[in-house]
Design a protein around this ligand. Structure first.
Ligand SMILES: O=P(O)(O)O[C@H]1O[C@H](CO)[C@@H](O)[C@H]1O
Ligand SMILES: O=c1cc[nH]c(=O)[nH]1
Length: 235
């Protein structure tokens, strides 16, 4: 029986799954990097594909935007047999050292989102990625020589609520960038006994009305996916 939202069957989803927020990115990843990609769900625009990378089964599943959507998708992927959940997303830079197109390997995610709070019933908690996956992402980014940063991100709900001043306040505690899904994925990884991680690319600076130039962002996304797929093979 298919889950309610991710309408695939057991056996259609690989153990290793890349998780972009954007369905367009999911389709591009599947068609650019996977051998013989097959669409297993398109319900609600949450496109999911399974193919092979260097001969190993890999799925790419859209999460939609925000931790509520990402947590539904993660729970259902786990029901369908997924065991490694790796977010490949964009983020807004807080730290001045981050340039558009740079990669960010998330070492932890400050849970500003409501989904994580609901799962935790208000308990303070530090959502962190699976250590082996984190180490593999860091090592691959380093080996390929792509500009990258390693540290904390903040997971928010309201994209337009975060002002540059509020973001700078978080920078004092080591937050490099803001995004909208990682904390819930890290928490669910721990709760459900699967490996979760997040690799991001800087798409904008917090407060900037514009995204990075398309060619800069596209090259950053390409690098992110390359690093993510190689890291997936190591865990
Ligand atoms: O590019 P994706 O993976 O969607 O990630 C970021 O982009 C969306 C907001 O523009 C949010 O989902 C945020 O986390
Ligand atoms: O949450 C996010 C994600 C990308 N860019 C932002 O500015 N904020």
């Amino acid at each position: 029986m298919s889950p309610i939202h991710v309408r695939g069957e057991r056996g259609q989803v690989a153990e290793r799954v890349l998780l972009p927020g954007d369905p367009g990115r999911a389709e591009w990843i599947a068609k650019t990097f996977l051998e013989d990609p097959v669409l297993y769900t398109s319900y609600r625009g949450l496109l999911g594909f399974t193919g092979r990378y260097k001969g190993r089964p890999v799925s790419v599943q859209t999460t939609g935007m925000g931790a509520p959507s990402a947590s539904i998708v993660a729970e259902e992927l786990i029901q369908l047999g997924a065991r490694v959940l790796l977010r490949v997303g964009t983020c807004g830079a807080v730290d001045g050292a981050l340039a558009p197109g740079d990669l960010v390997v998330a070492q932890g995610a400050v849970p500003l989102d409501g989904a994580t709070r609901q799962y935790l019933e208000g308990r303070p908690y530090a959502p962190v990625p699976n250590p082996a996956l984190f180490r593999a992402l860091w090592a691959q980014a380093e080996a390929k020589g792509y500009p990258h940063h390693v540290g904390l991100v903040a997971t928010e709900d309201a994209f337009y609520a975060t002002t540059p001043e509020a973001a700078r306040a978080w920078a004092r505690y080591g937050v490099l960038a803001f995004e909208m899904e990682a904390s819930a994925l890290f928490l669910l990884g721990r709760m459900r006994g699967v490996r979760a991680g997040a690799l991001l690319v800087v798409s904008n600076r917090i407060g900037d009305p514009e995204l990075a130039p398309p060619e800069v962002l596209q090259e950053g996304v390409r690098r992110m996916v390359e690093v993510a797929l190689e890291a997936l093979l190591e865990v």
